[in-house]
Structure formats: C-alpha cells, structure tokens
Design a protein around this ligand. Structure first.
Ligand SMILES: Cc1cc2nc3c(=O)[nH]c(=O)nc-3n(C[C@H](O)[C@H](O)[C@H](O)COP(=O)(O)OP(=O)(O)OC[C@H]3O[C@@H](n4cnc5c(N)ncnc54)[C@H](O)[C@@H]3O)c2cc1C
Length: 478
C-alpha cells in the first residue's frame, strides 16, 4: 500500500495551482487539486486579468466612439453606459474560458482530481479537508492574494470596493476615487473614466505606475491627465468617512489637507498573501507577509512548495505558472531547476500600454550594470500613424558589450510588441536577430526592427564610411 494518499496536492485552483497540478498529473503523479471557492480559475479568470482586459476593451471602444471625428467619421452622441451590460459581456467571456478549468475536463485531460473546500495542515504531510484527513508526499501551495486594505481611519466603516466587486457592479459609479496608482488601480481608473464616471486617483508617489522608470511612468501619467483623469499625487489618505451616501476622503498632500468627495471608492493599494486558515505552523512552513521560498520554490519544509502571489515576488499569472513549472520539475520530475526572473515580461494595459522585459534603468542601476540606452518614438511608425495611435516609444537597454538586457515599450499593443524581445533576451541578446529579420509592412512590430537598425547604424564609426568611399571610389558625402 502506498505511504501517502496522493503524490502531490496543490492547494488553490488559480494559475499556479492549475499549472502545478496539471503538469504533475501528466507526469505520472497521483494528484489532487483543492479549491476553496465553488469554481476553479482563481483571481486571473474571475477577478483579475480576464475581466479587467474585457472591461478595458469596452472602455476603449467607448473612447473611440466619443472621438469618432478623429477618424474622419461623423460625430456620435453616445448614450450613458449601462454598466450591467458591460458586466454581462465580462461574465460571458469568463464563461467561455471556464470549461477549460472544469474539474471533469482537468480529470479527463490531465489526470487531476479536484475537491472543493478549505484545507488545514495537520502536520507536514497531512491536511484536513471537509472533516477528512488526506496525506501527500508533496504539496504546492498556490492560494494567491487578495486586495490589501491599508489601516486608514474609518475605512472599515465605508462600503469600498476591490477587484472582487468591481466587475459585477449593477451600475456605473457616478464618481469613483481610486486609492493607489499601480497597474490595477490605473487600468480601472482609465476604464471607468472612459465609460463615463468622474474619476480621481490618489497616489503617494509623484507619478502613476511607480515601479516603472520615471521617464515612462511620468509620460503615461501626463497622457492620462490630458485625457481627463484627475490624479492627486504625493498624497496620503488618512481618513475616510461616509455621510448621506457621500464618501469623504481626507488626504495629506505636501503638508496641505485635501478633501475629495465621491460616491464610490476603489481600494487598490497592493496585495496580501492568502495564508490565513492554512495552519502553516503545523506543517513547519515559515511565513511573514508571504510564504518564504528558495529559488526552487521550496518552503522551509523541502517537500512543500509555494508558488504564485502567495510566495510574493512578481505577481503575474505567467509568473505563477512559471514558478509552478519550476516546482514540479524539482518535486516530481527530480530535474533541478532554479527560478530566474531577469527576463520576466509584463504589461500594464492602460492606453497606451506599458510593457517591459528584463532590466529597466532603475533595476540595472540597483544591479550595478552600466547600460547603453536607445530610445525611439512610436510616432515614426507608419502603422501607428494609420491607426491614430502614435503615443509612446521603445527603450532598448544594452550592457557595455551591446547585449540586450531589457526593453520597455509604451504604446498601442505594447504587450504584444514586447513578445518579440522574449527570444532575443532568452537567446544571445544580439540586436542582429531583429535587424536581419524581415518584418511585415506596415506593422507596429517594425518599431522593434527599426529601433534596432537605427541603433546599430549609429554605432558604425565614420572611418568605415571613409574607407568604403576610398576602396570603391564612391562619390557620396561622408
Ligand atoms: C484586477 C487584476 C488584474 C490583473 N491583471 C493581470 C494581467 O493582466 N496579467 C497578469 O499576468 N496578471 C494580472 N493580475 C495578477 C494575476 O491575477 C495573479 O498574479 C495571478 O492570478 C496569481 O495566480 P495564483 O495562482 O498565485 O493565485 P490565484 O489565481 O488568485 O489563485 C489562487 C486560488 O487559491 C484559492 N484559495 C485561496 N485560499 C485558499 C485556501 N485556503 N484553500 C484552497 N484554495 C484557496 C483562491 O480561491 C484562488 O482560486 C491581475 C490581478 C488583478 C487583481
């Protein structure tokens, strides 16, 4: 008889848990996936990536309709947005994806059994689930994160919303204050502004998206302000009250007191790891705000792994999946793998999008890497002109040997444009990979090639032109 009920139990049915369990299930491991909600899919499917990107599209179209004349079309008088219809579209899109995360589907396709409930560790090989003890040789904890609610005076007394409620509101907020100008806050702020809410963002730093380089965050900050969003910077909210349906937000801004009134309040001030109720102490798994892991994704108990948002680090769906793959290589396949985040791509889907891979200037400085930088504007791209989407630029960062170590793109579909840099950074990092490749005309992707060509041409020393002129008897100017 086997020593354990399962070879692997994954706790949490989001990106990390689904990837870990389905990979393990396909690798001959008897695998159980446990989810506390009624459906698999996690934040990304239900309260994160999928609903937010669907909302962003509705908002983009609303904005395009409002600016129809920009495209030579008649002016259109747009009716007020019925948010319940936007919410229905979001729900429908989730519904199309959901079948891929159904227990029957993952059982048939990946040999993974699913059970629903909230497990608690009894010891480092046993959990209790719905009154039954279940044992496993290995565990992957992938319970994700929830909105972090800062300890602001009065916040608990007002009915604020987070990423969980925002996609299923019954009607469009007349006014919305967003606390926190990170990716989630700004994607929501711009979307609701475009749908017709009066939006005010309150942020402690001086530009939105504070994790990006200043030239990027302040550039998109200005664009969004020009569009009409009110962004209150260098401001810390210290009191929230509600009277007669109005939420009053008091903030300190550079020594002055600022009061903002709103009907609705979105809190997007970061994330908190979902570790409550797991009884990690009983398993000997150490944690503080997140679960502590090493570069194999092992917790302080070597056979218990933690991946995704619950383990801190980069909080993206693709990172949760990447970490889950690393965990299963180590635990189940016994192939040693270590995480390497130096080539991690991501994108914030405001308009224009802000995408990044590898080092930015700030991270390169922190790592002590001297960089060469090449910047090119999207306005020089013919397709961007045709689309009427000329805001943005590409920034290529190289080390002193000319190897590409990071790229940031601000612009229309930047999240897709950055993908071309993934093989470049994961390969040998040579710009010639792009300069020698034919790109279709007219596409936005030409920005990647043209920026590379222009940089390489700028490095050709003048003497080589002189030599060419002399050698071949040319008549041109050097
Ligand atoms: C509004 C928003 C937009 C986002 N947009 C993007 C984006 O565009 N691109 C991107 O890459 N990332 C995006 N993210 C981040 C992304 O959603 C997360 O990084 C990703 O979901 C993390 O995956 P995970 O597996 O760690 O957690 P999750 O996907 O959240 O899965 C965790 C699962 O564990 C379950 N769980 C929790 N506690 C327990 C328990 N005790 N027992 C059993 N199950 C439990 C939860 O119910 C959940 O199903 C966004 C997030 C938000 C909030």
């Amino acid at each position: 008889m086997a020593k354990y009920d399962y070879d692997l139990i994954a706790i949490g049915g989001g990106a990390g848990g689904l990837t870990a369990s389905t990979f393990a299930g396909q690798s001959a491991a008897k695998t159980l996936l446990i989810e506390k909600e009624k459906k698999l899919g996690g934040d990304c499917l239900h309260y994160g990536c999928v609903p937010s990107k669907s909302l962003i599209k509705s908002a983009y179209i609303a904005n395009a309709i409002r600016h129809s004349e920009k495209y030579g079309l008649p002016k259109v008088a747009m009716e007020a947005v019925d948010y319940s219809k936007v919410g229905k579209r979001i729900k429908d899109i989730i519904g199309v994806i959901q079948p891929h995360d159904e227990p029957e589907y993952i059982q048939d396709k990946y040999n993974v059994e699913t059970q629903f409930g909230s497990p608690k560790f009894i010891d480092d090989h046993t959990i209790e689930l719905n009154g039954k003890n279940i044992t496993a040789r290995y565990f992957v904890i992938a319970t994700g994160s929830s909105a972090f609610i800062p300890p602001i005076e009065g916040i608990k007394e007002v009915d604020y919303i987070t990423n969980v409620e925002i996609f299923s509101l019954e009607k469009l907020p007349e006014s919305l204050v967003v606390i926190g100008a990170g990716p989630i806050g700004m994607e929501m702020a711009q979307s609701f502004y475009r749908l017709g809410s009066k939006v005010t963002v309150v942020e402690t730093t001086d530009c939105i998206l504070p994790r990006e380089d200043k030239d990027i965050s302040c550039y998109v900050h200005e664009l969004l302000e020009k569009e009409g969003l009110e962004i209150v910077v260098n401001a810390r909210v210290n009191k929230i009250e509600k009277n007669a349906g109005i939420i009053k937000i008091t903030a300190e801004q550079e020594g002055e007191t600022k009061v903002i009134e709103t009907k609705s309040l979105l809190v997007s001030t970061g994330r908190k790891a979902n570790i409550e109720g797991l009884d990690l102490e009983k398993a000997g798994v150490k944690f503080d705000r997140t679960i502590k892991v090493n570069n194999k994704m092992q917790t302080t108990k070597k056979h218990i792994y933690a991946v995704g948002d619950v383990a801190g680090g980069y909080q993206f769906t693709h990172v949760a999946s990447y970490e889950a793959v690393v965990a299963i290589y180590n635990a189940i396949l016994k192939i040693p793998k270590k995480t390497d985040y130096t080539k991690t791509p991501w994108c914030t889907y405001i308009d224009p999008e802000v995408a990044s891979i590898g080092y930015n200037e700030q991270r390169a400085k922190e790592a002590g890497i001297d960089i060469i930088k090449h910047v090119e504007k999207l306005a020089h791209n013919d397709r961007a002109l045709a689309e009427g989407e000329t805001n943005g630029f590409i920034k290529i960062l190289m080390d002193k040997k000319g190897k590409v170590i990071g790229v940031q793109i601000v612009g229309f579909h930047a999240g897709d444009l950055i993908a071309e840099w993934i093989p470049v950074l994961n390969g040998n990092g040579k710009l010639s990979l792009l300069t020698e490749a034919i790109h279709p005309y007219p596409t936005l992707s030409e920005i990647n090639k043209n920026a590379s060509v222009n940089y390489l041409v700028s490095t050709i020393p003048a003497w080589t032109k002189k030599l060419t002129k002399i050698l071949f008897g040319y008549q041109g100017v050097v």
